[in-house]
Every structure is written in C-alpha cells, then in structure tokens.
Ligand binder design. Structure first.
Ligand code: 4AD
Ligand code: MG
Length: 480
C-alpha cells in the first residue's frame, strides 16, 4: 500500500489506474474537492468527488477531520496547485466526526495559536506545522544514528532509574515504587520516600554520561540516546523537565578532538535535514517569513530558515576560550551601558543565556564553541587544566538557541579526580564503580551531550521547546 508521499512523487506509474488511498480530510471545498492527508508528507492529495456518483448522505458526512478510504482513478490535474488528483469512484467513511465536540477542538479549520494547539497536544499531529516538525524530528534522530554508525560508534542504553547524580547538581526526580502495602518506613513509622527502589534511594537519570564513560572504557566509541530528566523549576522556552539527550563518549579523545566531533556531528545532521526534508522545511521557511513580517523591523531575522541552515554548515564555528569571551563581554557597549540583566563583572562568573546570545548573535554572528571554563562553575568530572583554574570544558552555542551542546575532556587521573570530588562534595563511595574506570587502564577520553529538542528547535525555526516534543513535560504540565 503506497503513501500519499509515494504517490505524489511517482504518480506516472499509476496514471489512469484505480488506486486506494486512506487519510484524513484537511479541507472540503465546494462539496467537490477534498484535500486528503495521510501524514506521510505535508502535501495533500486532491480527491475530486463527482456529485452524480455519490448520494447526498455520504457527501454530507464528509467534513474536516473525517477519515476516509477512497478508491479512484489517478489523473493529471486540470486545476492549479497540484499536478495530480484522483477522481473518486468509491468513498468509505472510516471514522465519523462527533460534530458538537469537534467545534471546540483545534481540528476546526481556522488559525489557532501555538498555545492553543499545545493544550490539545494529542490532536496537533493533524496540523501542518506539527506534521512538519515531527517528521523533521524523526529525520534528525535518524541522522544522529547514521552519523554515529558511519563513524563506528556503538549505541549503548544507559539506565533511566539510577543511583547516580551524574551532574552533581542535585536536580533529580526521585523514584517511588508505590507498593503501598510494603513501603519503607522511617524510625518514626512514616513512609520513607528517600528509599523507594526496593529499599534503595534512586532517581531518574539526569545524564547517561557516567555509565557511558564505563562503556567507552571497553568499547572505545559509544553514544547514548535516551530520555533525560531535570527537576529544575525553569519556565523558559529552552527547558523541559523531560528531554532527549545524545551523549557520545570517546576513548583517547582530547578536548580538541571533542570539539571537532561536535562540529562535524551537528553539520552532518543539519545537512541531512536540508537534503531529506525539503517540503517540510519549505513550509516552515514560509511560516517563519510570515512570522518575521509581524515583528518590528529591528527584531527580524536577517536570514530565512533554510538560508540560516545552509550558512551554519558552510562556515567553521568560532572557537573562543572562556577567558577571551569574558574580555569581550566586559568591554562590550552592552555591558558598559548596563544593557544586560546580569552585568558581567569579573572572570569566574557563569555566563547567562543573554551573554551567550550576545556572543553568537551580535559579536561573532556565528555558532561559537566556548572552552576552558573556570573549574568552579563546571561539573566534577571535567579535566583540570595545567593552570589549576580552568577545566577542559566546551559548550557549543547556537544563534537563537544559546547552549545546544555541553561537554568536556574527562579527568582521567584518579588522584586529581578524587581531590576535585572532595572539593565539590561529590560522594566517592557512591560512585565506586565510576572510580574503577580510573583504576584499571585509565585513558584520556572526552564526550558531550546534545539536547535533541534544542537542535530540533534550531532546524525547524520554532521558538518554544514545547512545540518540538510530542508531549512536553514542564513544571505543572504532565496531563497526557
Ligand atoms: O550541559 P548538560 O547539563 O551536560 C550534561 O548533562 C553532560 N553530562 C553531557 C556530557 O558531557 N555527556 O546538558 C547537555 C545538553 C545541553 O547543552 C542542552 O542542549 C541539553 O542537554 N539540556 C536540556 N534540554 C532541554 N531541557 C533541559 N532542561 C536541558 N538541560 C540540558
Ligand atoms: Mg551545560
């Protein structure tokens, strides 16, 4: 059975033959022209309904959102707007609409805001925008697996329930097994929520990195690709409580290799989307352009969506040390005139997203890789540099997004790692298994984490991270 995408791409093979198509009605014009969509492509197939062949009852039942099976002849279209259409001979209504209820849904054919669509996330797969976004999200995921496969990485599944806090930041959701008759109790007899994984304290993973490192210490090159959870109470357009992270880890790589890998990887995926998602990108490009028109001139994007993607893969990313970046920020007009919400005062402060975006969008006008951050503001596992002040960290910053990748060369020396963990109050005993990687044949190694949704935001030109994941989890939002 072919999809509408197949048919539109290669209709000549079946021209003047009868075929069967199935899909949902996107529009029904003049009781004669049905725009039918089956989700395989942004493009609809035009079905022509000849009154004479169909009784009024059937025609009356066909409405936006109905699902149909149509048998008809493939012909070249006389009308403008499509090259091919089918002349219906038989129409079977697969699913009736509950008309009264339909009125209050986003399936009503009119323009709905993205906020409104989000409230009915379960229905938004039927819209053009979300069809395009989720087909592209798929292509991004597929390209990620292809890239790593081509480069001899092995896909490793790390646990979702874990006893480790990989980032040492304490932003975890605890796990409760809800066996209400058999809950662990405190000495006072209350339920002990801190110990609920059959008596052990566990949480949902904030990163698969530490487990990934152990795998890389045997398999060489690995990557993880899985759901990741952060209990930070951030209500921004860039944060989710549940997101998907891709984490490669490579034995024998240093920081520079790691940056090269991140750059090649991002460019490969973006190029894949440009080469394979043309129709959806063109649709989103137009949408993006419309959106720009409604903005004040000063805030409009300088380039279209597709143009932006082509430019990003054409140029080498700027590589800038944290120390250089601080100099640039300290000397910027913006900082001197107090334009930043958080003024930059001295070396050592963490960068806010307004600073990252200034560097990327105003100063360099290019993706930027920042490296060698002060050790105090980065995680315990990063390699201490010879200056004893900075670590071999790297963040990739993208226009319109801010941080898209965070990574580092890891501290491979057991003694240095132990000192750092003690300084940062990370419990060595809990991570005994991790320490073993440094005990038996420790080697330099490096890796990074890419937030899938941030990359999908970038390639689709969407502006809210809730609009690039099917069912967004954010504070107070877990209905479906
Ligand atoms: O910078 P992060 O916290 O790094 C790590 O977790 C490392 N263990 C990765 C590694 O070296 N293996 O997160 C990595 C990326 C960020 O750059 C961002 O793209 C994404 O994950 N990310 C989020 N995306 C959506 N919502 C959130 N709350 C996110 N937190 C991080
Ligand atoms: Mg980070």
């Amino acid at each position: 059975r072919q999809t509408i995408k197949d048919l539109l791409a290669d209709y000549k093979k079946v021209l003047h033959h009868d075929i069967t198509v199935q899909g949902w009605v996107r529009a029904f014009r003049s009781n004669r022209f049905i725009a039918l969509n089956d989700g395989s492509t942004i493009n609809n197939l035009q079905v022509v309904v000849d009154f004479e062949n169909f009784d009024e009852e059937t025609i009356k039942k066909i409405n936006t959102a109905s699902s149909l099976k149509v048998v008809g002849e493939v012909v070249e279209s006389q009308g403008a707007g499509q090259t091919v259409e089918i002349i219906a001979k038989k129409i079977i209504i697969l699913g009736d609409n509950f008309f009264d209820e339909l009125q209050s849904t986003i399936l009503q054919p009119k323009k709905h805001s993205l906020e409104k669509l989000r409230e009915q996330a379960h229905l938004r797969f039927r819209t053009n925008v979300f069809g395009a976004v989720f087909r592209i999200r798929h292509a991004v995921s597929f390209a990620i697996h292809s890239f790593f496969n081509q480069n001899q990485f092995f896909y490793i599944n790390t646990p979702i329930i874990t006893g480790a806090d990989a980032e040492g930041a304490g932003e975890m959701f605890g796990v409760t097994n809800f066996d209400l008759n058999n809950m662990p109790k405190t000495e006072e007899g209350d339920i002990d929520f801190a110990q609920d994984f059959f008596g052990k304290k566990t949480n949902l993973t904030v990163s698969g990195q530490l487990e990934g490192e152990t795998a890389a210490m045997g398999l060489g090159r690995i990557y993880t690709f899985g759901p990741t959870f952060r209990a930070e109470n951030s209500n921004t357009t860039r944060h989710l409580a549940e997101f998907w992270m891709i984490e490669p880890e490579v034995a024998f790589n240093n920081l520079e290799d790691n940056i090269d890998l991140a750059e090649d990887f991002l460019k490969f995926v973006i190029k894949y989307v440009l080469d394979n998602c043309k129709d959806d990108l063109e649709f989103l490009d137009k949408r993006f352009e419309e959106e720009q028109k409604s903005k004040p001139e000063k805030e409009r994007a300088k380039e279209g969506l597709i143009e932006k993607l082509e430019n990003v893969i054409a140029k080498r990313f700027k590589r800038v040390s944290y120390t250089e970046a601080i100099e640039i920020l300290l000397n910027s007009k913006e900082n001197k005139k107090g334009k930043f919400q958080y003024p930059v005062e001295k070396w050592g402060t963490d960068l806010q997203s307004e600073h990252e975006r200034f560097l990327v969008e105003k100063h360099f006008e290019s993706p930027v890789v920042l490296f060698d951050y002060p050790k105090e503001i980065k995680a315990f596992y990063m390699k201490l540099n010879d200056d004893n002040k900075t670590v071999a960290a790297m963040d990739v910053l993208f226009p319109g997004i801010g941080e898209i990748i965070g990574g580092s060369e890891r501290e491979a020396r057991l003694d240095v790692l132990k000192t750092k963990m003690a300084e940062m109050h990370v419990d060595e005993e809990e991570l005994w298994w991790y320490m073993d990687t440094r005990r038996f044949g420790s080697v330099p190694h490096a890796g990074f984490g890419l937030g899938l949704e941030r990359l999908v935001l970038f390639v689709t030109g969407m502006t809210n991270i809730r609009d690039v994941i099917p069912f967004p989890r954010t504070p107070k939002n877990a209905e479906f």
